[in-house]
Design a protein around this ligand. Structure first.
Ligand SMILES: Cc1cc2nc3c(=O)[nH]c(=O)nc-3n(C[C@H](O)[C@H](O)[C@H](O)COP(=O)(O)O)c2cc1C
Length: 204
């Protein structure tokens, strides 16, 4: 198989993994390091490398983060018309996943090449790191889920984040017994899949 085919297959088989899928098996140190190395291999605006990874393997902190999620998720339940379906969704795996990683953006005071006109580019660089980690985890058969139904300021306090840092992603990682063939939100008809021609326009 061509490398490009393999890469596309890996991307297409990456899934968001939630709590009901994690196995009670620890992630080996070398595998965790590969995932973190994938993160720091990402492109970054002006080569600013504005990321910081806080690896959380502590029940007390996880419980605190989970309480944070539960409060925010109660608020979210009021928002959606499809509230019955929403209520039944499992949208995190904070306690079930053996490891959690908070991915932060460091907002420096320096002028950054490439960020002089568009100030969000530093944060987008950290998102690139997250996608690299997600793909590396998938290649190692490790599931990863992104949780964003959280109060950012409380999270930063819970993890004792350094000053001038923002939360970009809260990730739950662990081995799984398998990966779903398609996004769960597609299977549950929460949203329809967009086809390529709906997403692309050409200016010739
Ligand atoms: C920025 C971002 C935030 C997300 N936040 C959540 C979340 O809070 N809870 C959740 O269950 N999934 C979350 N997801 C996962 C998406 O629901 C998932 O990527 C999407 O449904 C497509 O499924 P797939 O990743 O399995 O292909 C998030 C994904 C992204 C990119």
């Amino acid at each position: 198989m061509l490398e490009a085919d393999l890469l596309l297959k890996l991307m297409q088989s990456r899934r968001d993994v939630r709590g009901n899928s994690f196995l009670d098996k620890r992630i080996e140190k070398e595998k965790l390091e590969m995932i973190l190395k994938a993160g720091i291999s990402a492109p970054s605006v002006g080569y600013s490398q504005p990321w910081k990874f806080i690896v959380i393997d502590n029940e007390r902190v996880k419980n605190e983060i989970h309480e944070n999620f539960a409060i925010e998720n109660e608020k979210a339940k009021q928002i959606f018309e499809k509230s019955e379906l929403y209520k039944n969704l499992k949208l995190e795996g904070i306690k079930e996943a053996p490891l959690n990683i908070a991915v932060l953006y460091e907002d420096s005071n320096e002028d950054i090449l490439g960020m002089t006109s568009m100030s969000s580019m530093g944060e987008y660089s950290v998102v690139c790191a997250v996608e690299n980690m997600w793909l590396m985890a998938r290649s190692l058969n490790i599931g990863l889920g992104w949780v964003s139904i959280l109060d950012e300021q409380k999270i930063l306090k819970s993890i004792k984040a350094p000053k001038n840092h923002k939360l970009i992603a809260y990730l739950c990682l662990g081995y799984v017994d398998g990966f779903k063939d398609e996004p769960e939100l597609k299977t549950l008809r929460w949203k329809e899949e967009k086809k390529l021609n709906e997403c692309v326009e050409y200016i010739c």
